[in-house]
Write a protein that binds this ligand. Structure first.
Ligand code: I3P
Length: 128
């Protein structure tokens, strides 16, 4: 292992439940399909898992659950986007590849925390 193996170990920044829908794929608009997602911010990525509560108790165990998808935050853009939904507390995440996601929760403070934490990672990656 390298001397800097500590700094190369992805850091878990945040994890929790958010409502999520993908609205574009490579710049092409998609039909919304809101679902609750278990969201994990680790290293340079935002990783989405299916909502554990929507699965049978035996099928979901931490660590043996495969991500549904994963987003590289390098060069990504965030903006609050209440105008893009009838829901409140919505923000949009756009990747360099032109994929766009809306993320939302009924809890204002939780959404602000997620927004700020993700923006912090985007800013860190820009400085690297
Ligand atoms: C969509 C669904 C979404 C809604 C979307 C509707 O209808 O109601 O929840 O987005 O609004 O088109 P359908 O189920 O028939 O696809 P919001 O909840 O974010 O408002 P939109 O078309 O104005 O984006």
């Amino acid at each position: 292992s390298s001397p800097d193996s500590d700094s190369s170990k992805p850091e878990l920044e945040k994890a929790g439940l958010l409502n999520k829908t993908k609205i574009s794929e490579g710049g092409r608009k998609l039909r919304k399909n809101w679902n609750q997602s278990w969201v994990v911010l680790v290293g340079n990525s935002l990783v989405f898992f299916k909502d554990p509560k929507s699965q049978t108790p035996s099928s979901w165990k931490p660590g043996n659950s495969r991500p549904e998808s994963s987003v590289d935050l390098r060069g990504a853009q965030l903006e609050f986007a209440d105008c893009l939904s009838s829901k409140k507390n919505v923000f949009k995440l756009r990747t360099v590849t032109g994929n766009e996601f809306l993320l939302q929760s009924e809890t204002d403070s939780l959404v602000r925390e997620w927004y700020n934490t993700i923006q912090g990672v985007i800013d860190r990656l820009e400085r690297e």
